[in-house]
Design a protein around this ligand. Structure first.
Ligand SMILES: CC(=O)N[C@H](C=O)[C@@H](O)[C@H](O)[C@H](O)COP(=O)(O)O
Length: 222
């Protein structure tokens, strides 16, 4: 965990049907991010986590699965699979919503930990989620789901208010994640109280980055 203190975690994810959806590609991007100074890497999918096994920074692993609104490592079985695939930190849904396997977050974390030496990052959508996730035993509290559940508005940039609220209320470190699209936002997230900052799209999703520039170029005509 100390290796992530004050550091940047780069989330390397390609979505179903996208050209870069290939574990080898994701591992290459992850290595490039480490070369640029990433203190940690976040990888989605068991094959991508396995492909990132030789990275010399901590890997935050998750699987997005199922049709339920709880889709980030939704069950204990998924969490165990992420640990077995080699993640150092298992990221899972840290909201208070019912989990598809009927287990509580506390039971999920306890049963995962009973068998595997991993840390747990709870992807939260609100302060109440973070408080509950900390009580359930999570090691890291992420703002990942802010704006993706009904409890918080979807801010244009990171949810700085939520970062500050969690940092003030909880003992466990906060990972600022979600819609951090500029270096200024990353700095602001740290200053709001984040222990570490996780950036995905703005570093590793070229289609979205391209669309920002394409729109800017097209808009310049008017
Ligand atoms: C809500 C959700 O499903 N978030 C996912 C979680 O793993 C990813 O799709 C995001 O890319 C990641 O959280 C990083 O955020 P951003 O790409 O905004 O920097």
């Amino acid at each position: 965990m100390s290796r992530l203190d004050g550091g940047l975690i780069v989330s390397c994810q390609a979505y179903p049907g996208e050209p870069m959806r290939d574990p080898r590609t994701m591992a290459q991007i992850a290595r490039a991010a480490v070369a640029g100074g990433a203190a940690g890497i976040r990888l989605q999918g068991l094959d991508d986590i396995r492909a990132g096994a030789d990275l010399d920074v901590p890997v935050v692993g998750l699987v997005k699965a199922g049709e339920s609104e709880v889709f980030i490592t939704p069950t204990l079985e998924h969490a165990v699979a992420v640990a077995v695939a080699g993640a150092d930190i298992v990221a899972l849904d840290g909201t208070r919503r019912p989990r598809p396997d009927g287990l509580s977050l506390a039971d999920t974390i306890a049963r995962l930990r009973a068998e595997h030496d991993v840390l747990v990052m709870a992807d939260c959508g609100s302060l109440d989620d973070a408080v509950a996730a900390e009580a359930a035993g999570a090691d890291l509290l992420g703002t990942t789901l802010s704006g993706y559940t009904p409890e918080r508005p979807k801010t244009t940039g990171p949810d700085l208010e939520l970062i500050a609220l969690i940092a003030a209320r909880c003992e466990r470190p906060v990972v600022a994640e979600g819609r951090i699209h500029s270096t200024g936002s990353a700095t602001a997230a740290r200053r709001a109280g984040a222990f570490a900052v996780c950036v995905g799209t703005a570093i590793t999703h070229p289609s979205t980055i391209t669309s920002w520039f394409a729109e800017a170029v097209a808009g310049a005509a008017s």
